[in-house]
Design a protein around this ligand. Structure first.
Ligand SMILES: C[C@@H](O)[C@H](NC(=O)OP(=O)(O)OC[C@H]1O[C@@H](n2cnc3c(N)ncnc32)[C@H](O)[C@@H]1O)C(=O)O
Ligand SMILES: Nc1ncnc2c1ncn2[C@@H]1O[C@H](COP(=O)(O)OP(=O)(O)OP(=O)(O)O)[C@@H](O)[C@H]1O
Ligand SMILES: [Fe+2]
Length: 586
């Protein structure tokens, strides 16, 4: 099969021919280069009108020279996301070409193409994908016929966040390569260990935000901080955030393969950090060559061929473009019926016997021994009575040592403090026996029999309990920051069997029986806030983790929201709808 692909979502007019038999890709591109400032949508659309016919003609001529008049079996095009006027030009060109050649039309989601090209080139079976492009930044994982958005930016795309700073400085578009060069200059001038500006680092579970860091970088420039130092610090923070959430996604899904896509993936430092993180956890990492990273029609043609082979073609009347086309809207027809093995099924390692490794920390489970009065007072009844957890936030090689120290210290302090505060607010959490801040190590009570992730099949009661726990937490002005199915621990004995005395004794509250079936752990990203938006994000993060790991997420999510509604604020649930409805592809 040979497919002609057309791309033109924003800046790159491109056409490509993919020959599936030889796995060869020929790409013809013509980029739009703004005279000043960023991408102007009108100018970009004018560029597409001129350049798309040219690149299509060049690709088609090359195809017919090599393969004769029947060179093309299907025409694939980027349907979205992207700028409406640009997408319309591409759509029109694709429809008329498919008509003229009398071949099927394939509508490709541009972000899924950024993912699939990495999967295709690496040969990985079921990777998590980090899309680091101009207008987007998100993590995708395949589950049950769809690519789920495991985490994403809460505001700007990663390239746009960097370009916002370079525009402020007066540099030409695109800014990313210039920031990379300036950062390298700075690192070389200081043996890679140059001082780091303190910039906002915002991660909530697998979601993240760049708006604060772009503004802080602009302010630093206005205050006279040398621009190379700002570029270096900007990269160190932004890419560490992306690497951290990627590691969390690997940990949550149990995947052991990561692929990278998008224009920002051309950055050496980002690739270095991701490779280092994967190496440290025994995962495989792949970033395709640069011509497949920045926007290009090669990736559209390659995915187009897989879709066409699966019969996933479009009648012209249904081929409208979609500027807000999300990757999780796409039925993944070309992987239909695939049973995908994970390195480790989510939650299969239930943490009862083995030592654990989360995304941030190693967790060692130890017997407290007979010498501790504390453990006797607080520990669970039954077999696990004497077990404790030693949680060490290990240094991460991939991030700058200063940032690494700060994050490990701050999170250890936050976790010790807020785990205890939450407990006082009536939320079951482990007792904190010891906090060794210089070594970023906590000694905690061992709670639960397994992670909620391992008990989702029969988890509605527990999901409701987690909803009530978050409502109690929010009511005291705390957000958890990372309430995933791996950060809720549950007891697996039959409902009602377990005594509730311990919780009553420690919280002073009469908890209903199902509520002590689940405890919250891992308060390292928790903080105080009364903002409805932050509370809603907690719910959003939990639901995202359920969607990423449960076979049948809807009843769990319903139970979770009902639990939250019992004790929580309706405004938060309303805001959750808002958060969910917000398209980020503008
Ligand atoms: C929807 C579609 O139109 C959009 N396309 C897009 O954003 O172009 P892409 O080629 O994936 O990425 C361009 C971005 O990639 C950045 N970039 C390019 N080279 C870079 C480098 N060496 N370091 C950092 N950023 C870089 C640019 O500054 C620019 O922000 C997308 O994929 O989100
Ligand atoms: N107090 C505890 N009682 C029982 N098990 C625990 C406890 N603390 C941690 N664990 C186990 O260890 C795993 C990792 O712990 P934790 O989530 O605190 O680490 P982390 O590295 O911060 O993880 P992540 O960032 O991936 O959520 C948990 O999913 C759980 O299985
Ligand atoms: Fe792109």
């Amino acid at each position: 099969m040979r497919v002609l692909g057309i791309e033109g979502t924003a800046w790159c007019a491109s056409a490509a021919l993919y020959d599936a038999e030889t796995d060869s890709v020929l790409i013809e591109s013509n980029p739009y280069e703004p005279d000043s400032g960023g991408i102007h949508p009108r100018e970009a659309a004018e560029h597409m009108s001129e350049a798309i016919p040219e690149v299509v003609d060049a690709a088609l001529t090359a195809a017919e020279e090599e393969y004769g008049p029947d060179a093309v079996d299907a025409v694939a095009f980027s349907r979205g996301p992207g700028l409406g006027p640009c997408l319309r030009t591409v759509g029109t060109a694709a429809r008329s070409l498919a008509g003229a050649l009398d071949v099927p039309l394939v509508g490709v989601n541009h972000m899924v193409a950024h993912l699939e090209i990495g999967r295709h080139r690496s040969g990985f079976e079921n990777p998590v994908c980090l899309n680091a492009s101009g207008a987007n930044a998100h993590l995708l994982g395949y589950h049950d016929g769809r690519y789920r958005v495991l985490g994403e930016t809460m505001d700007a795309g990663v390239g746009n966040a960097i370009d916002k700073f370079t525009r402020h400085v007066g540099w030409d578009h695109p800014g990313g390569p210039k920031v990379e060069a300036a950062a390298r200059r700075y690192a070389e001038g200081s043996d890679g260990l140059g001082g780091l500006l303190d910039l906002p680092y915002v991660v909530k579970g697998m979601d993240f935000s760049f708006s604060g860091i772009s503004s802080a970088a602009n302010d630093a420039y206005d205050d006279g901080v040398p621009v190379d130092e700002i570029c270096f610090s900007l990269q160190e923070h932004v890419f560490a955030m992306l690497t951290e959430v990627s590691e969390r996604a690997l940990s949550l899904t149990g995947a052991d393969e990561l692929v990278l896509g998008g224009g920002v993936a051309q950055n050496d430092r980002l690739r270095e950090m991701l490779a280092s993180m994967c190496d440290a956890r025994g995962a495989r990492f792949h970033a395709p060559e640069p011509r497949f990273l920045r926007d290009n029609a090669g990736m559209i043609a390659v995915l187009g061929a897989k879709m066409a082979a699966a019969g996933d073609t479009l009648p012209v009347r249904e081929s409208a473009i979609d500027p807000n086309f999300r990757p999780d809207q796409v039925p993944v027809t070309w992987r239909h019926g695939e049973s995908v093995a994970r390195g480790r099924a989510p939650g299969s390692d239930d943490g009862t016997d083995a030592d654990r490794r989360g995304a941030e920390a190693t967790v060692e489970i130890v017997a407290a021994g007979g010498d501790s009065g504390e453990a006797g007072a607080g520990a669970e009844d039954g077999d696990a009575a004497d077990r404790r957890v030693i949680k060490r936030r290990v240094p991460k090689e991939y991030r700058h040592p200063e940032l690494d120290r700060t994050l490990r210290r701050d999170r250890t302090v936050a976790e010790a403090r807020l785990t205890s505060e939450a407990r006082r607010a009536g939320v079951p959490t482990p007792l904190v026996y010891d906090a060794d801040v210089p070594n970023a190590t906590l000694t905690l009570q061992h709670v639960g029999d397994c992670d909620l992730a391992a008990a989702l099949d029969d988890g509605t009661e527990r999901a409701a309990a987690v909803g009530r726990h978050l409502a109690r937490l929010h009511d005291t002005g705390i957000v958890h920051g990372d309430p995933t199915t791996r950060n809720a621990r549950v007891w697996t004995d039959a409902l009602g069997e377990r005594s509730t005395t311990e919780e009553r004794a420690t919280t002073g509250e009469e908890v209903s029986a199902p509520d002590d079936r689940a405890a919250l752990i891992d308060f390292g990203l928790a903080y105080h806030t009364g903002h409805v938006e932050d509370h809603a994000m907690d719910l959003h993060v939990f639901e995202g983790s359920v969607r990423a790991t449960a076979t049948d997420p809807d009843p769990l999510i319903e139970a979770f929201e009902a639990g939250y509604a019992e004790l929580g604020d309706d405004d938060v649930l309303d805001r959750l709808r808002d958060v969910q409805g917000r398209g980020r592809y503008r």
